[in-house]
Design a protein around this ligand. Structure first.
Ligand code: UDX
Length: 431
């Protein structure tokens, strides 16, 4: 199969590389010439474990290529994946400018039967609108529009692509479904569930899944608040609940709230869609509100831990990304917490395995350190903000020779009894 991925962001690049690894011929196109030139040399613009190896391997065996020649790449391909961004507009809606721009360009380039697949996360009925755009220039229907939402987690994207729980294909015609089933056959034969449904249902499955997962996280975070008041360990609750197969144990880790490129954006977008169709998603609205308040709630705990004396306190953040194994800062709770602490006069140091972050470059008294050791120097309070493996076996005693700092573990990565035994004051979430 000849595939074309439009957009070499997270989704397009990972999917394109993995499809080429499955034996397809894949061209990835982008309007960013600089990025394409870098990718041609195997330089990867995002941090994703395992991606570089797959890209380099498939460039070498000539199954994967990069181009900014949009027209030629489209004309040569059988299946075209739209993987452009759908960022959040101020009113919460998904901004579909890039998707429709691509659709208009595509409408002039259909020279033989093609399948056009939306992988970008798009609100329900977007496929219908793409169809309308294409039909204006293509009366003979030599194309099918399919929805194939991605469920790739950052940091786990290669694994999620190769071993997906499910592949969702939304198409309203048999031919497109047969071809998509063939394309995914190597994954289906390894046990992935293939679910064919209507295009509109596939679009909504994506948003509903993310809204549900965000709800699960928010639920456990609120229960963690209750546990803190009663003196119960939230982890016992997560385990005890998760053993019920109807609930399942995943996405029940309490922490600083969900962030990243998807959950915050998609929860707001599904609310917008529901509003448009005059339906009240009151539960998802509460989830958004609760998660938006979460950083404030954890900040209040920081103030309490420091007896409300924040001025000139040395606070160290270990990890600042929204989760481990990514360099992504989008909607990370650290973006709210660090400026708020700086405003109160704290001196902040941070270390993150993915390096310096521009987001803090203009914030007063915030310093990037290039090692855990440097970041812990003279600390009064150490906040474990992101659950990187690099932090899981730190021997804090080695770094606190003269004075003992307080530790606030926002990801519950340490055993409270072990840390306390070493003489540190230790706080965590919901326990
Ligand atoms: C998510 C979806 O999982 C993926 O299917 C979708 O396609 C894109 O969005 P991602 O944003 O990479 O993936 O991260 P994910 O691992 O889902 O975590 C999202 C947020 O929830 C992070 O901030 C994470 O720290 C938080 N989280 C996750 C928790 O706080 N507790 C948990 O138990 C799980």
């Amino acid at each position: 199969m000849k595939l074309c991925m439009i957009g070499t962001g997270y989704v397009g690049l990972v999917s394109g590389a993995c499809f080429s690894d499955l034996g397809n011929s894949v061209v990835c196109v982008d309007i960013d010439k600089n990025k394409i030139n870098q990718l041609k040399q195997g330089i990867i613009p995002i941090y994703e474990p395992g991606l570089e190896e797959i890209v380099k391997k498939n460039i070498k065996n000539k199954r994967l290529s990069f181009s900014f020649d949009f027209d030629k790449s489209i004309k040569d391909s059988d299946i075209i994946f739209i993987c452009v961004g759908t960022p959040k507009k101020n009113n919460g809606n998904a901004d579909l400018t890039q998707v429709y721009h691509v659709a208009k360009k595509l409408s002039k380039l259909i020279n033989k039967y093609k399948i056009i697949v939306t992988k970008s996360t798009v609100p329900v009925t977007t496929g219908d609108k793409i169809q309308t755009i294409l039909s204006k220039k293509n009366k003979d229907n030599k194309y099918s529009i399919v929805s194939n939402p991605e469920f790739l987690r950052e940091g786990e994207a290669i694994r999620d692509f190769i071993y997906p729980d499910r592949i969702v294909i939304g198409s309203n015609d048999v031919k497109a479904n047969r071809i998509m089933n063939n394309l995914y056959a190597p994954l289906i034969s390894k046990g992935a569930q293939y679910f064919h449904t209507s295009r509109r249902a596939a679009e909504l499955i994506k948003y509903s899944s993310n809204a549900f997962l965000a709800t699960k996280i928010t639920f456990i975070n609120e229960i963690a608040n209750l546990c803190e008041k009663i003196g119960i360990n939230i982890e016992d609750i997560s385990i005890g609940m998760g053993l019920d197969k109807r609930i399942g144990g995943r996405f029940l880790r309490a922490g600083p709230g969900y962030g990243g490129s998807c959950f915050p954006k998609d929860t707001k977008a599904i609310i917008s869609t529901a509003n448009f169709f005059k339906t009240n998603l009151s539960l998802v609205k509460s989830v958004v509100k609760s998660n938006d308040n979460r950083s404030k709630l954890l900040l209040l705990r920081v103030y309490k831990i420091l007896n409300n004396r924040i001025k000139n306190k040395n606070i160290t953040f270990l990890g600042v990304t929204f989760k481990a194994n990514t360099d992504d800062m989008r909607d990370s709770s650290s973006i709210k917490m660090i400026p708020a602490l700086s405003k109160k006069g704290a001196k902040i140091k941070y270390f993150d395995p993915t390096g310096f972050k521009n987001e803090f470059s203009k914030i007063k008294n915030v310093k990037y350190c290039n090692s855990i050791k440097n970041s812990l120097d003279k600390a009064d309070l150490v906040i474990i903000h992101t659950e990187w493996n690099d932090f899981k076996s730190i021997n804090f005693k080695n770094f606190a020779k003269n004075k003992k700092f307080i530790i606030y573990d926002m990801r519950n990565i340490y055993s409270p009894s072990k840390i306390k035994k070493q003489g540190f004051k230790y706080f965590s979430v919901g326990r």
